[in-house]
Ligand binder design. Sequence first.
Ligand code: ADP
Ligand code: MG
Length: 634
Amino acid sequence: MAHRLNQLRTSTLTTHDQFTSLSSTVTSSPRTPGKKLTKGDPIVTGIRLRPFLERESAIDETSAVQIFENNVICTQNSRPQIFKFTHCFDASAKNKNVYDGMIRSAVLASLQGYNTTVLAYGQTASGKSHSIFGSSCEEGILSLSIHDLITMNGNNHLKFELSFLEIYNEKVTDLLAIPTTSNEHLNQKSSTKSSTTLSFSKHARTHILNKLVPSSNTTNNSTRTLEIREHPLLGPYVPDLKYIQVKSKEDFQNVLNLGNQQRSVASTNANQRSSRSHAIFTVKISRIDLPQSTNMRLSFGLNTAHSLSNIGKHATLSSSSKKSAKQQAQDELDAQAVRLNFVDLAGSEKSQQYNGTQGKNDRFAESIHINQSLSTLRNVIDALSRQQNHIPYRDSNLTYLLKNSLGGDAKTFMLATISPSSTVIDETINTLRYAGLASTITNVPRIKTPHLRHEIDELREENARLKQELFLVKSKSMPSIHPTINKISLPRIDECIQTSFLLESSTSQEELINDEKLDTVDEEILAQIENQCRRPKRKRLSEQPLHEIAKVRQIDDTMLHRRLGTILSYVTDDFSIINDNGILVISNELNINVKMNSSSWTNALERFDRDVDINSMTKKEIVDSLNVLFDNQE
Ligand code: ADP
Ligand code: MG
């Protein structure tokens, strides 16, 4: 294992002593040593140790697992093993601490336009569901994420839609698809409440019911198994999954309750069905204020429909034989929305723990399927961490759906939950091993803001036009500089625009920061223009930093003389350089009179070239840097 430390024999040391003594002899890293790192973002991995449950306190006197800073120390048969992770949360941590320390970054990533996945991995009863969904006493990270999303969407630029599915026995079920009877029940229930006390607004409820129960389908669809299709843009997805728009936390809570009601519990003497199924809760984030032309395409739809016609054959057109052009355009926009997924995985323990007397066959089938999903997940993690060519995503529905999140273009966060109990220390160590492996996987996240693409293009054109005008005002001539402006400014402007998912939904203070960013861009462009004006058209050797020159020719006095002359000529014409048993530099304008031998000049100029980028500085900044250089020599 990449991060695994050698097992060391110690016995009665305290955590701190234990760690101090171990860490002086052992180094650890969650990444595989010597493995070629792919450019991208590694899966962010965090470990969360839950507190003892009441029944466990009677068995264990002390925790078999301790967290010390970023290290998880497991004691198995008196042997401590240390695992190191970027984020570690001890038993005192609340969901809010986990959210603030790790998961908020996932929410921000989704607002920046990345598909993002938060995975909870660990054995049954280690705290996965507690972390994601919370409890009656504590909000879960999902609820905290929704809270932030809704708060940050002050301008209502974004639309949030939720879906909730379960994979159980390799069958995908929509947890938001209400069976007819439940629907009636819900209607009855809602009608008994006064409109003011309804936690879920009437409008939202009607919307849900309309969306969830198509009038043509009156059968009980809660058990209907959904198919997974591969969309060329979206990757694997569930075409017929219901999405419910939410505008408030109350709406969200009601959708969550609705889904949890559907997550039925099998009558066995083992654990709840929820422990043996995988649940994926998705927040689909899209822009409401689409550019006008996109709306036009939505209204008339033909061109867009054409671009979608091929992919539709495999994916979006699966449920109905033909979709209208408008629907296809909507599908395209759906495909382009950002998805923030929360995955509550089935318990990662071995299947034997499910053995019992009742319903043995059913549970055997379950455990096989659950193991299929989990063992495939492990195989995928393993194959990715070894950078193998074939990754067995298709071997299970779970890994197929998570394809983009494991080694794909999404940002992924894995929260591995562990128990403090010595009775399950083997499983705890397994969990830590797999979390360690997951941290060696690199995704290559890609911003998915096609809604903004149109705006980006327009802003880009606008930017180029404004910069050109600015340039003409400032310099009157020098059209040759124009391409330089675009080249320099556009990536910066792109950055600003790409983060607009975040910035546009933020407060006025953040808008100010954004303005400041654009001001900085202008300043830099002006500095570029000024430098371009000063610099000779043809690049000479002496314009390059000294260490570059040294690659092609020897640094002798003549070369030093020329390099000094080039630097000084950026800021003044009033200087002289004299070779006289050393090199003497004099400038009345800059108040310089320095004489040094060759090696001192070489050192000084190398330092200057290293610290100063003349090309991006104003005249005053260069003079200041020269003054520091010459002052230091005297
Ligand atoms: P899992 O989903 O991994 O099977 P649960 O989230 O259902 O496990 O947790 C099992 C039990 O432990 C639940 O009773 C839960 O309330 C409790 N629990 C889990 N994590 C914590 C925690 N961090 N703080 C307090 N109780 C917790
Ligand atoms: Mg659970």
